[in-house]
Write a protein that binds this ligand. Structure first.
Ligand code: FES
Length: 366
């Protein structure tokens, strides 16, 4: 409770000074309380960016570093680090009297937010007019300076050529050519710390995963993802991309915002090893969670299997096979036909009933 001058006793200075940065609640308000060089500081616990808990961050000199994405605020005055002073979190007067720490909540400064240009990916998701658009995503890894024949890329090429032949626009993205960081687990800090656009994309302009986000969320009506089989699974680059795409699914989890609407996905899976059905199952399950729909028979695949891991023959079979090339062309056709129907009907939900969906607690649960 505040004294007659508005000061609130929050505890013994001896105890509170043992922790350099902590969260305290004063009059129902969460504050980041710091103690550096014999001086207490108190600012709002709520970061200006997307609400990260400053008291759980760390100190960099006299700045509190937000644990979510690293924005910094002066621990006593609340202003952003040099160059970003226009962003301020509320700061509160603190004093020590008779060994007690006192805070004046009513005299706190005001929050101020400097204008920040939104990231281009944050624009409204709406289909631009024009012909059907098919993105091909190659997930095979290979030596850039000495490329080799890839069966999955080869069939993806046939699929994209067939799409162009029927008037569609195509865009090929080779993950092997992109420089992008692995998902660094912002979601593991908090679902809210995993932002749209992706936290890494917003913080690191050199990260090229934005090309995949732009193609899948904004540009394409359909996507064909091609992968080799590596130890019975899709490629490591596929999984690196899939982890970064978690944010597209997370938009549904935390905002019930369906970013992928009226879009179709299909797959090309080629391996010297077996396990096509498991690879297809994983990819179908993941892309279904993102909001994609699938044509009838949503993948084509080829594998020599356990007893025939003779890669040079496998490569030649794929390279020469008219049947597989035609299969890839027909996959593109099925994919685009369904995309055209979905666009015409435009009945995909923009939000969904949350019961039974990922990360939704149901009645009676705590
Ligand atoms: S930096 Fe604080 S919430 Fe993002």
């Amino acid at each position: 409770m505040a004294d007659e001058n508005g000061w609130i006793d929050i505890g013994a200075a001896e105890t509170l000074s043992r922790v350099p940065l902590q969260t305290v609640t004063v009059s129902g308000r969460a504050l980041a309380l710091s103690f550096v060089d014999g001086r207490f500081g108190a600012v709002s616990n709520l970061c200006n960016h997307v609400g990260g808990p400053l008291g759980l961050g760390r100190l960099d000199g006299d700045y509190v570093v937000c644990p979510w994405h690293g924005w910094k605020f002066h621990r006593c005055a609340g202003q952003g680090e040099p160059g970003y002073e226009g962003d301020r979190v509320p700061a509160y007067p603190v004093r020590v009297e008779n060994g007690r720490v006192l805070i004046h909540i009513a005299d706190g400064t005001k929050r101020a937010r400097a204008p920040h240009d939104p990231h281009p990916l944050a624009r409204k998701v709406e289909r631009a007019d024009g012909p059907l658009r098919l993105a091909g995503i190659s997930t095979t890894a290979m030596e850039a300076a000495n490329p080799r024949f890839s069966g999955s890329d080869h069939l993806l090429g046939h699929a994209l050529a067939a799409a162009r032949a029927r008037g569609a626009q195509t865009r090929l993205i080779r993950l092997n050519d992109l420089s992008f960081r692995a998902c660094e687990g912002f979601y593991s800090k908090s679902a809210q710390a995993c932002t749209w656009p992706c936290s890494i994309t917003q913080m690191d302009s050199a990260d090229q995963m934005d090309q995949v986000y732009d193609a899948l969320v904004h540009w394409a009506d359909a996507v064909i993802v091609a992968t080799p089989i590596r130890w019975g699974s899709a490629s490591s680059l596929y999984f690196k991309m899939a982890e970064r795409l978690n944010r597209v699914q997370n938009a549904i989890t935390i905002r019930n915002q369906v970013l992928i609407r009226n879009k179709v996905a299909s797959f090309v899976i080629v391996g010297g090893q077996d396990n096509i059905q498991a690879v297809a199952g994983q990819m179908l399950g993941f892309f279904a969670e993102l909001g994609f729909l699938f044509p009838q028979f949503p993948y084509i695949a080829h594998s020599r299997g356990w007893s025939h891991e003779d890669m040079e023959n496998n490569v030649e079979i794929v390279r020469k096979s008219k049947e597989l090339a035609e299969g890839a062309a027909e996959l593109a056709q099925r994919t685009l036909e369904l995309a055209a129907k979905l666009i015409a009907e435009d009945c995909a939900p923009a939000a969904i009933e949350r019961g039974g969906r990922k990360a939704h607690a149901i009645e009676g649960e705590r």
